[in-house]
Design a protein around this ligand. Sequence first.
Ligand code: SAM
Length: 185
Amino acid sequence: MSDLFLTLLHDGMKDKHQKHVTTSLTLIDVHDIARSCRTFEVKKFFIAHSSAAMRSFARTLKRHWTQGYGSSYNPDRKEAFSRTEIVPAFNEVLHLIELETGLRPITIATSALPGGTRISFSEARELRSTSQNPLLLMFGTGWGMAEELISQADYFLEPIQGCGDYNHLSVRSAAAIILDRLSSS
Ligand code: SAM
């Protein structure tokens, strides 16, 4: 099985009026996605944000859990955060994975919205079991990734469907479900 990486993106997002925006960092997403990533053996969780202030905020949180009081209060959280990296841009995520693995990652965008050419969960699992290259799952924030960002990805994963016509999962819930689906046979 190829290595799995995950990134939480904030630039190139849409707001509720479909305007292109940069979203704020949401601490609960960072906490919960870090824990899900550790649970499903994701090699690294990259938080990408163009704002130096937001990156500094994320680093303060990481420091608290990996070196500060949090590291002895909750060593499980320390372990989750030790695999978290904070970077200024999506391109930097690609570059760091290539440096670490020697291979370009295969990028897979996610969205709740229907449409576009999508791969199924089983095709993504197949890709994971046959590819040499690492896989990078891309998650959005706000009202999701702008089309320009989605079109940069190698693949676009089918959405998680709810049981009715309401489909508004948080990114942390969607990430946990998708990690489970890509990890189970
Ligand atoms: N309508 C937006 C969209 O385009 O997905 C919802 C944005 S949601 C608050 C933030 C992110 O969570 C999305 O960009 C996607 O990465 C992920 N997400 C949320 N619901 C999802 C679903 N049902 N299927 C796949 N990914 C989902």
